[in-house]
Design a protein. Structure first.
Length: 528
C-alpha cells in the first residue's frame, strides 16, 4: 500500500496540498489559488469501481482521481462526502459480511488516497455498527464532521471546521438526522433543528459573521431533501446545504430563499462542484454537476488507482469464493428441503417449442449477460449475479455461483475458462451486434451439450421476465390480461435496470422515459 500512496500523492499533490493547512482552532491564511472547488459526493453505497454492466460506465476511484487532477489544474480542491458511503444498504447479510466489510474498509482507504477531507456518516454507514466507524475514524486521515452527536466520545470527530482563504472564510457544519435510521443508531444523534442554534453560536465565536458577504456557511447534511428544505426555511442565513440520503438528482441547486440545496446521483456516477472565488463575494458562487466518465481515468498516466482497483477486485473475488463455499455447505440441506420444488425451466427447454422466440433472444445482450461479469472479474459477486442470471436464492433456482450450472456427471475443470474464451471477441456485451452475440450464445449451448450440463441458470433467460404459467399471452388472451403481463415484465426490467445501471432510461433519475420503451421493444420476443 505504501508503494501505491507515494506516487498517488505526487500525482495529486495539486489537489491535496492544502489539507495540512485547514485547522478549526486557528484557521491560518495561506497563499492559494483564487478559485476553490468544494467537491462533494454521497450515497456511494460501497462502490469502488463501475460494475461493468453499463455501455458507458460512470464512477470509480480511478476516474475520480482523473477528474480531480483535471480540476486541480486551475483550482484548489476540497473534497467532502455526506454519507451512505461504505455499504450498499443499512443491513449486511451474514453470508456476505467478510467481503462487504473488506470492500467498505478498502473504499475508505481509496477515498483517503484521492483526497477526501471531511465525511458525514449516514444510516448505511452504520451497517456494521459504530465499532466499524470508530475504526475508520481512528485510522484514516479524513475527519468525521458531526455537530449533533449526543455523546461526543462516541466517534472521533469535529463539529465544524473553518477554512480561510484570502478574503473568504468557509464554515462547514456536519449534521445527521436521526430520522434516517430504522434502528437504535438513531439514539446517537440529537435532532438537527434542536442543536443547530447552539452550533451557530459556536461558529459565530469562531469568527462567522452572517452579514459578511465573504463568509459562507455550508451545512453537510445527511437527512434527505425534504428535511433539508425545512432547515433552509428555519435558518435562512445558511448559504449551501449539501445533502444526501434521498438521492435527489439535482442538476441545478434547489433554492429556498437564499439557501441553495444540492445533491447528486449515487455511487460517484456524478459529483457536485461548488465553485468559489475566494476573492469575491458569495453571491458569485456557482454550482456544477460533474459526470464521472470512464475516460477521465486517462487524465493520469499511469493512474495509481487502477492498480488499487485491480488489487481490490482480486481480494474481493477470493473472499466471495470463500463465502460461497460456506454457503455451499448448506446447499445439501437446501436441496433436501426443496426436493419437491420444481426447478425453473432454463432457456434450453424452449429452443424447440419457442424456436422463433429463442433465435431472437440469442441475438440480444440478455443471452450472454453473465459474460459481462466474467470480463470484469465480478463473476462471483452475488450483488451482481442476480441480475445476470435466473433464480439466484430461489428454491427453483440456485444459491451460489458454484451451482449456477449443474452437470449430469462431474463438472469439467475448464468449463468456465472455455466460456470466457467463447466470449472474448465481444468487448462490450450491451450494444454488440446481434450476429456476434448469437454466435457466442450458440457456441455456449454447444459447450453445454458437450459438457453434459443438466441445467444452466447463467444469463437473463425466458423466465427472468416471464412467469412460468404464462410464458406469452396467446391470441385468445383478453387485452387486459395482456396489459397486466406486459406491466409485470416491465417491472422486472426496471428491478435490474435501475437509474444507476440505465440512467438514460430515466428523467431526473426518477421517471422512465421514451428510451426505456425503445429498449424494451428491442429485446421483446416476436409474438407467440
Amino acid at each position: 500500500m505504501k508503494k501505491l500512496m507515494l506516487p498517488l500523492l505526487l500525482v495529486l499533490a495539486s489537489c491535496s496540498y492544502y489539507i495540512a493547512k485547514v485547522d478549526q482552532a486557528s484557521p491560518a491564511k495561506a497563499a492559494v489559488e483564487q478559485k476553490l472547488s468544494l467537491i462533494f459526493s454521497h450515497n456511494i453505497s460501497g462502490e469502488t469501481h463501475p460494475c461493468g454492466c453499463r455501455n458507458f460506465p460512470l464512477g470509480g476511484l480511478p476516474q475520480v482521481a482523473g477528474l480531480f487532477a483535471n480540476i486541480s489544474k486551475d483550482s484548489e480542491l476540497l473534497y467532502v462526502d455526506t454519507g451512505d458511503t461504505f455499504f450498499p444498504s443499512s443491513v449486511v447479510p451474514v453470508s456476505m459480511k467478510d467481503s462487504l466489510t473488506f470492500a467498505a474498509t478498502n473504499l475508505a482507504v481509496g477515498l483517503e488516497q484521492v483526497g477526501l477531507k471531511y465525511f458525514v456518516p449516514g444510516d448505511q454507514d452504520f451497517a456494521m455498527g459504530v465499532e466499524f466507524l470508530q475504526g475508520i475514524a481512528n485510522t484514516r486521515k479524513f475527519d468525521f464532521l458531526i455537530a449533533n452527536l449526543k455523546d461526543p466520545a462516541l466517534l472521533k470527530h469535529k463539529k465544524f471546521v473553518v477554512i480561510e482563504r484570502n478574503k473568504s472564510k468557509i464554515f462547514l457544519v456536519g449534521l445527521v438526522d436521526p430520522e434516517v435510521f430504522n434502528g437504535p443508531h438513531a439514539n446517537y444523534f440529537e435532532k438537527p433543528s434542536v442543536v443547530l442554534p447552539g452550533i451557530i453560536d459556536e461558529v459565530i465565536k469562531a469568527g462567522y459573521d452572517k452579514s459578511n458577504d465573504y463568509h459562507r456557511l455550508v451545512v453537510l447534511s445527511h437527512a434527505g431533501i425534504d428535511p433539508d428544505t425545512v432547515m433552509a426555511k428555519q435558518f435562512p442565513f445558511i448559504d449551501w446545504i449539501i445533502g444526501a440520503h434521498s438521492q435527489s438528482f439535482l442538476r441545478y441547486s434547489k433554492d429556498e430563499g437564499n439557501v441553495k440545496m444540492v445533491q447528486t446521483l449515487s455511487k460517484n456516477h456524478y459529483m457536485g462542484d461548488i465553485k468559489i472565488d475566494v476573492n469575491s463575494k458569495k453571491q458569485t458562487d456557482t454550482y456544477e454537476l460533474l459526470e464521472v466518465r470512464d475516460e477521465l481515468e486517462r487524465n493520469i498516466s499511469p493512474n495509481p488507482m487502477r492498480s488499487f482497483i485491480d488489487d481490490h477486485k482480486t481480494k474481493m473475488n477470493d473472499l466471495q469464493i470463500k463465502e460461497q463455499a460456506r454457503m455451499g455447505m448448506s446447499q445439501t440441506l437446501h436441496e433436501t428441503t426443496n426436493a419437491n420444488v420444481k426447478k425453473f425451466e432454463t432457456a434450453q427447454n424452449y429452443m424447440v417449442s419457442h424456436k422463433k422466440q429463442a433465435e431472437f433472444w440469442q441475438g440480444t445482450p440478455h443471452a450472454i449477460a453473465y459474460t459481462t461479469l466474467i470480463k470484469v472479474n465480478e463473476a462471483n459477486n452475488l450483488s451482481c449475479i442476480g441480475c445476470h442470471s435466473l433464480g439466484l436464492n430461489d428454491p427453483r433456482g440456485y444459491t451460489t455461483q458454484k451451482n449456477m450450472v449443474a452437470f449430469k456427471g462431474k463438472a469439467p475443470a475448464n468449463y468456465w475458462a472455455d466460456v470466457k474464451k467463447l466470449a472474448a471477441p465481444i468487448k462490450v456485451v450491451r450494444g454488440a451486434p446481434a450476429a456476434d452475440i448469437k454466435k457466442v450464445s450458440v457456441a455456449w449451448f454447444a459447450l453445454d451439450k458437450k459438457s453434459n450440463v443438466k441445467s444452466n441458470f447463467a444469463n437473463v433467460q425466458c423466465l427472468s421476465c416471464h412467469n412460468a404459467d404464462e410464458l406469452h399471452p396467446t391470441i385468445d388472451t383478453p387485452k387486459l390480461a395482456q396489459k397486466d403481463v406486459q406491466f409485470n415484465i416491465k417491472n422486472k426490467c426496471l428491478s435490474c435496470h435501475t437509474p444507476d445501471q440505465s440512467p438514460e432510461w430515466y428523467d431526473s433519475g426518477i421517471k422512465v422515459n421514451a428510451k426505456f420503451e425503445e429498449s424494451y421493444k428491442k429485446v421483446s420476443c416476436p409474438k407467440f
